[in-house]
Design a protein around this ligand. Structure first.
Ligand code: PGD
Length: 765
């Protein structure tokens, strides 16, 4: 008998799956023109030895009780029953809430978990803590767009409008003459969209645009940031200096009377102030092409020529998320918008500003007329919050003041953190510091599918099912298909889904009804689907009932053609459609930001030197970007991810000049080091990277040789052992994980074998 093939979805694509001869066979969604190779990571994921089979408790926590503990990250675990696990976790949550209140519980639980909209782990944590405790300390914004999501509302409007409802790929392929991209449009990034995507269309649109004659220019230290289909010109910029380059371009445009003064006067405020800054009226420093060239490493003549090339054409300016994941990351986001405004392009078909275009599969797409509802999270009665990337600061400095978006706030004192669906030892910076921070807690509770470094720091580990082992509905608001995520396999070991775990815990806390509202997981899916169906009916969109949807596995959803509407409407009639900014216009100068009085983010965009600059000890920039072989750290043990490691290690990229002077050859193991630690990696050498820059993608599971060391060595190649844990600025406090400075040396002797996918020592009783 042949096994039934089931439909399913992931952040990196929809697919069908079937177990044949004990092997999981994955077939990409039939309508996907360019499926992602990272689907292959599922093939060996279900029963891998690094999966967590039963609830676990950390030995030190069980023996000594809750409290700060240096052993987190290197302790043994004891397998326990679910009954014991529920009793320990519910008991500890009650103790902390009784003794310190819900403001001592951190439930931010940042992370992407899986595509299904109901089993979205972060929403489950939030709902659980709201319904059982009445609230928790939350986090705001994301590691993806921490700086952009705070600055954009001040200067043009909500990030969703600018990115998710930005100028569409379709329009670009039809109208754009020149696409100037800061940070590129790498397909490894747009292969992913939270909630899932059934059609990967970016490659096709880029190809179509290039064929029609769109010129692509990619400004990035890495040539690979632009797909081959674009046939782009590559301007290899010094990392972190795009703001200076854009200021130089603006200077040239102004000096040559190439700016669209009419657009700037009608639809923007503050151009005069920026011009004064460019011309050095404030401080005598003229920010012209020569000034910019010194900083960004691109010749002054090329900057001058580029500015002239931009003028008078239908130009799209795009700025990648990566640029704002760095010190003063707000500035390139602001200046990309200003450049498009100076060229008079916002609101024209295929012209203007595409913030984060290509950074995720959501951007440059159309929105569905109706989207699948999210799980309601309940009401959070705790007011305290942190910008998401300030987690270590909060745990290390309770009570300390910090600045955020014009406010002075105080870090709460956290005793217990609850994490499901995220991997802070993947996503956070300066991992030795993060370990110190987690060591301050009384208790860390983690739900995980596998022994990630985060699970290895937890006191109570609750084994979660992976997406393939449960029912859900997949569909992002920009995806034309809603997918029934049918289970492919039985849960691994004793793993349970996050909802069932929380329902059992809520029962023990006397709040089961409040958490579940009397519904099973399947009943929630039916309930949420029915809500969507009702919205569809109001709009005369016909969709089948739930059981038919489940049977057929996927349904199409009609879309709006709403790309770029905010700026298009402004241009149509600024009085009727003002932007949601204080002036109703694009704010080249923001009085609101100026009044915050934060020197690291003044009232108009500026070039501010980062603190991290190459020096004798750390002569190279490190770019720690998104991996191509997986999403973040997910399924790092999967076939595709592992097949592209070398000696089990992550692969870094160097320029031949930098390799030669260090006696490094392709395939060597190198130590990439700075004051915070060392990452070991295998080397590739290519001219497709700017000299003076080394690239090591994120995603390799943290695997320290010496977990307790102040400067640990990760034998697997996790770059966050090296990155600096500071906020982008006082305005947004976003993550700065993208760029740091390092030295690279050939590893002498035999490098230690990678153990990231070996479970920790587990004791049974
Ligand atoms: P993931 O690897 O996706 O990383 O950080 P994030 O924490 O989201 O983690 C998700 C975890 O959820 C995985 O460990 C997975 O096993 C687990 N999981 C999956 N499904 C389930 C489930 O159903 N239940 C439970 N309980 N767990 C589940 C990503 C973050 O990293 C992001 S968004 C960005 S953009 C940042 N990028 C960078 C960067 O460019 N450079 C650096 N240096 N650092 C970064 N960090 C950030």
């Amino acid at each position: 008998m042949t096994a039934k093939s089931t439909t399913h979805s992931s952040h990196w694509g929809a697919f069908t799956a079937v177990v044949q001869d004990d092997k999981l066979v994955i077939t990409p969604f039939a309508g996907d023109p360019d499926p992602s190779p990272i689907l292959k990571n599922f093939e060996n994921a279900l029963n891998h030895k690094v999966r967590i089979a039963t609830p676990m408790v950390r030995r030190g926590w069980l023996e000594n009780g809750p409290g700060p503990d240096e052993r987190r990250g290197s302790d043994e675990y004891i397998a326990i029953s679910w009954e014991e696990a529920y009793a320990l976790a519910a008991g500890e949550l009650s103790r902390v809430a009784r003794a310190h209140g819900p403001a001592a519980v951190f439930g931010g639980s940042y992370g992407w978990s899986s595509a299904g909209r109901f089993h979205h782990a972060q929403s489950q944590v939030h709902r659980f803590l709201n319904t059982t405790l009445g609230g928790y300390v939350r986090s705001v914004n994301s590691y993806s767009s921490g700086a952009a999501s705070v600055i954009l509302p001040h200067i043009v409007g909500d990030m969703n409008e600018i990115a998710r409802r930005g100028v569409s790929w379709e329009e670009i392929s039809e109208h754009t003459e020149l696409l100037l991209s800061f940070g590129g449009l790498a397909l490894k990034n747009s292969q992913v969209a939270s909630g899932g995507l059934s059609e990967h269309t970016e490659r096709g649109f880029i190809h179509k645009a290039a064929q029609r004659g769109t010129k692509f220019i990619s400004v990035s230290p890495l040539q690979s940031d632009m797909p081959d289909e674009a046939d782009a010109e590559w301007l290899p910029i010094r990392p972190g200096t795009d703001a200076a380059l854009i200021l130089g371009l603006l200077s040239v445009l102004k000096a040559n009377a190439l700016t669209d003064e009419d657009f700037l006067a009608r639809y923007c405020v503050g151009w005069d102030k920026l011009v004064a800054y460019l011309q050095g009226k404030e401080d005598g420093l003229v920010r012209d092409a020569s000034w910019a060239a010194e900083i960004c490493g691109i010749d002054a003549e090329r900057i001058e020529k580029l500015a002239v090339e931009l003028a008078g054409k239908r130009v799209m300016v795009s700025v990648a998320h990566a640029l704002q994941r760095a010190e003063h990351g707000e500035q390139p986001v602001w200046l990309g918008l200003v450049l498009s405004a100076a060229l008079g392009q916002p609101g024209l078909p295929g012209g203007g500003y595409g913030y984060a275009l290509g950074a995720l599969g959501h951007y440059g797409k159309h929105h569905n007329r109706v989207s699948f509802p999210a799980l309601p999270q309940g009401k959070n009665g705790v007011k305290d919050f942190i910008p998401v990337a300030r987690i270590a600061d909060m745990l290390l400095n309770p009570g300390q003041e910090f600045r955020y978006n014009g406010q002075t706030l105080r870090y709460p004192e956290i005793k217990l953190a609850w994490w499901a669906g995220g991997n802070p030892f993947h996503h956070h910076q300066s991992l030795a510091r993060l370990r110190q921070a987690f060591n301050q807690l009384d208790t860390l509770i983690v739900h995980e599918i596998a022994w990630t470094a985060t699970a290895r720091h937890a006191d109570i580990v609750l084994p979660a099912t992976m997406t393939l082992e449960r029912e859900d509905v997949g569909g992002a608001p920009t995806d034309r298909h809603l997918i029934a995520m049918q289970p492919v396999a039985r849960p691994f070991g004793e793993a349970k889904d996050d909802y069932s775990i929380f329902a059992e815990l809520a029962k023990r806390l006397g709040r089961e009804e409040a958490f579940t509202e009397g519904r099973t997981a399947r009943q929630w899916l039916e309930h949420l689907y029915q809500q969507m169906q009702e919205k569809c009916e109001q709009q005369h969109i016909s969709v089948p009932d739930f059981s038919t949807f489940w049977e057929i596995g996927q349904i199409p959803l009609p879309q709006l053609k709403d790309g770029g509407r905010l700026l298009r409407n402004l241009r149509l009639d600024p009085d009727k459609h003002p932007l949601p900014t204080p002036s109703g216009k694009i704010e080249i100068f923001s009085q609101t930001i100026a009044d915050f009085n934060d020197a690291d983010c003044p009232g108009h965009p500026v070039w501010l030197e980062p603190t991290q600059k190459p020096d004798d000890e750390h002569p190279l920039f490190l770019i720690a970007n998104q991996p191509a072989t997986k999403l973040h750290s997910q399924l790092d043990y999967g076939h595709h991810s592992v097949s592209l490691k070398r000696d089990g290690r992550e692969v870094c990229l160097m320029h031949p000049q930098d390799a030669r002077v260090r006696g490094i050859q392709v395939g060597d193991t190198v130590a990439i080091s700075n004051v915070r630690g060392t990452a070991l990696a295998s080397v590739d050498i290519s001219e497709g990277i700017r000299p003076g820059v080394v690239q090591l993608p994120t995603g390799a599971w943290y695997d320290p040789v010496d977990p307790q060391a102040a400067r640990p060595t990760c034998r697997h190649g996790n770059p966050n052992v090296l990155t600096l844990d500071v906020g982008t600025s006082s305005l947004a406090q976003g993550c700065c994980g993208q760029i740091t400075t390092v030295n690279v040396a050939r590893y002498q002797g035999t490098a230690p074998a990678v153990k990231a996918f070996e479970p920790p020592v587990i004791l049974t009783r």
